[in-house]
Write a protein that binds this ligand. Structure first.
Ligand code: UDP
Ligand code: MG
Length: 316
């Protein structure tokens, strides 16, 4: 029998927490009654610096239920880092940990299958969405584009998998060795190795509260994903540069020809257009290079990825 921790990052989730806690504790007790997991398995709610009553609620649930624990981070560090904080806290206490979002859009009924696959020898089991029916057209479209781009850029990622997954203690030890600050778990976890598998489910709509991933954040997340795992954008810049030089040579021949034939003034439009075009291209290229330099800057500082303020529940 395995001991399991379910890690749930929560940022201003007071509206959904009661329901989430009830469902997860229900699942935990039915799994332990069935003899799938041990009695000391627990849920770890990670409060990612919420400004609402999230921590108060977590405190209450932890005092009412011995299988509920809480971890309070000192500040909001974002979904990925909050999740990491939870996973790193539980990893030495359990055999496997499952991460899931607080809004339970992911189907908790496949958790049992995840555990069975773990027992069958898998160290990492990915929860994969079989369709995106419940997403808005916009989210579906942008998400699809994101996965395609990631794949094209050569970053490993599991298609239609978010952060709903089971990880064994030893794969978490592997994850602990990744020291980067620009954390993109979906890209890192597939590079850990071990035997992996997937379980499939339909994703539901958020029952309450708002999405914490508005478009701006999603875009930043996608950019982070690409620039953290691939240096292809840099080679594209070089390729474009070479292409521009070839074009410039062709243009020079054309310009010289016009000069010889006495047609000089009429070239104004093309010059102005190419000025803008090249200016834009140069700025864009500097921007891409800047992205990487910025990353290096962030990494060399080696700042902590999260700071734990307190922990409640059985563990402490
Ligand atoms: N989250 C977090 N810190 C943040 C933003 C979000 O811990 O700064 C958590 C949030 O509470 C939820 C999960 O990350 O459990 C995913 O967020 P959300 O459901 O809003 O994203 P979506 O499903 O819309 O992509
Ligand atoms: Mg959600």
């Amino acid at each position: 029998m395995i001991s399991l921790a379910i890690v749930v990052p929560c940022f201003n989730e007071q509206e959904v927490l009661a329901d989430t806690c009830e469902k997860l504790t229900g699942l935990l007790s039915s799994l332990s009654n069935d003899g799938v997991i041990s009695k000391d398995s627990y849920i770890m709610f990670v409060d990612d610096g919420s400004s609402d009553d999230t921590w108060k609620f977590i405190n209450r649930y932890a005092s009412e239920n011995e299988n509920v624990q809480g971890l309070k981070l000192a500040a909001n560090v974002g979904h990925q880092n909050a999740l990491l904080a939870g996973l790193m806290t539980v990893k030495d206490e359990i055999d496997a940990a499952i991460s899931i979002d607080a809004d339970l859009q992911d189907d908790i009924s496949v958790i049992k299958d995840m555990i069975l696959k773990y027992e069958g020898g898998c160290d990492i089991v990915y929860g994969v969405r079989s369709s995106r029916k419940t997403d808005s057209f916009f989210k579906r479209f942008t998400a699809q584009g994101f996965y395609n781009l990631m794949k094209h850029m050569g970053a490993k990622s599991v298609y239609n998998h978010a952060d709903f997954r089971l990880m064994s203690a030893r794969s978490l030890d592997g994850l602990a060795q990744f020291k980067e600050r620009n954390l993109f778990l979906r890209g890192i976890v597939p590079t850990i190795g071990f035997k992996t598998d997937c379980v499939y489910y339909e994703r539901k709509e958020r029952t309450a509260g708002k999405s914490k991933y508005p478009f701006g954040k999603m875009l930043a997340f996608a950019l982070d994903g690409i620039t953290s795992f691939s240096i292809k954008p840099m080679s594209y810049i070089m390729g474009t540069g070479v292409l521009m030089i070839i074009l410039a040579i062709a243009f020079a021949i054309y310009a010289l020809h016009s000069y010889v034939t006495g047609n000089v003034v009429s070239g104004w439009t093309s010059i102005v257009l190419s000025l803008w075009f090249i200016g834009g291209l140069v700025l864009f290229s500097i921007g891409v290079v800047g992205q990487y330099i910025g990353k290096i800057y962030l990494e060399v500082k080696e700042r902590p990825r999260y700071i734990i303020e307190s922990r409640i529940g059985n563990g402490e």
